[in-house]
Design a protein. Structure first.
Length: 340
């Protein structure tokens, strides 16, 4: 069975993903019928489903915090996490983009053309999402399983310590049925590096950087995964769309909308949803097809509209989220310690 067909049927059956998440692929009428009327009601429904809804907040409450986006390829984070990244940057985070491969197998032209064009697209993604700096690790595309895992982990640990990373975005190291070695090798290296960055591992680094522990993880996946957080990206959907439009070398976004518009015009036809210009066609194609109507085919995941519909959200992203547990011990000692 093809992976996308399995994902579609698996989601519909509630496989791996909590059964409640399977309703994301249900009929629009049914989703509208069960949609909550208030935010309180939505939060209660999510709590019953074992899901936390993360909403946009005003101001910059995350000022001083740092996030790192670790992606194997230029279009990974934009397709699955672009909205949440834009949200957190707008709320005060400083962000960095780490790309593990050089994308030399994606796009047209020579090997050199592909490397250069993808690097340029990667820089555009960082600019659109408001990320401060890009780090390219340069591993060969689709061949990351050839490389020494210790080397990959060591480089990531150094960057996590150097940048003092609090929050990371990457592929889920526990995601299922992922066929791309770049995805699962990167994911596993990220999780291991996250775990080790706060310790004294790689002591040769400690004269230059100090241990620093990552506190939060937003993990996304193309296939079945544990979903325990839904992020409302309604205010940031256009930024997510734009981050996919600027990637013209590979992926389902870029200028595919204007290509369809041109092809239809040659046949004496038009698709009204695409608009009347190449710019609107590219933008609307990503928003209405890549991220919504044709999402299962384009990305292998449910529509961003469907993800949030059950909880009354216009656009949303789904994650396996892991935070930093807070010990109850200090509070317990303060309240219960007695004189000896």
């Amino acid at each position: 069975m093809e992976r996308r067909k399995f994902i579609s049927s698996g989601l519909a059956a509630g496989a791996i993903i909590p059964a409640t998440y399977a309703t994301l692929l249900g009929s629009e009428a049914k989703a509208a019928e069960i949609a909550p009327k208030t935010e309180t009601e939505a939060n209660k429904m999510a709590e019953d489903d074992g899901i936390v809804i993360e909403r946009s907040v005003s101001g910059r409450p995350h000022e001083g915090k740092v996030l790192a986006v670790i992606q194997p390829h230029v279009d990974d984070s934009t397709l699955f996490a672009g909205g949440t990244i834009a949200k957190l940057i707008s709320e005060g985070y400083t962000g960095y983009l780490i790309r593990t491969t050089n994308d030399d197998a994606a796009g047209g032209g020579t090997d050199g053309d592909r490397v250069l064009n993808n690097e340029r697209d990667n820089d555009k993604v960082a600019k659109v999402l408001g990320l401060k700096k890009v780090y390219n690790l340069g591993y060969r595309n689709h061949r990351m399983d050839e490389y020494n895992t210790q080397e990959i982990k060591g480089r990531l640990i150094f960057l996590f310590r150097l940048l003092k990373v609090d929050t990371i975005f990457s592929y889920d190291p526990w995601g299922h049925y992922e066929e791309n070695p770049d995805h699962y090798v990167t994911a596993q290296a990220v999780e291991a590096a996250r775990w080790m960055s706060g310790s004294v591992d790689y002591p040769e680094q400690l004269d230059a950087v100090k241990p620093y522990g990552v506190k939060e993880r937003y993990y996304f996946a193309r296939g079945p995964q544990l979903v325990n957080r839904i992020v409302d990206i309604s205010k940031h959907i256009d930024k997510k769309v734009e981050s996919n439009v600027v990637i013209t070398t590979q992926g389902p976004g870029g200028n595919n909308g204007s290509r369809i518009r041109k092809r239809l015009a040659e046949q004496g036809k038009k698709l009204p949803i695409l608009g009347d210009t190449d710019e609107s066609a590219d933008f609307n194609y990503v928003k209405h097809f890549v991220l919504d109507k044709d999402s299962l085919t384009q990305r292998g995941t449910p529509s961003d509209r469907e993800v949030g519909k059950k909880y009354g959200l216009e656009w949303a992203e789904a994650y396996h989220y892991i935070g930093n547990p807070v010990s109850v011990l200090p509070d317990y000692i303060a309240k219960n310690a007695v004189p000896k």
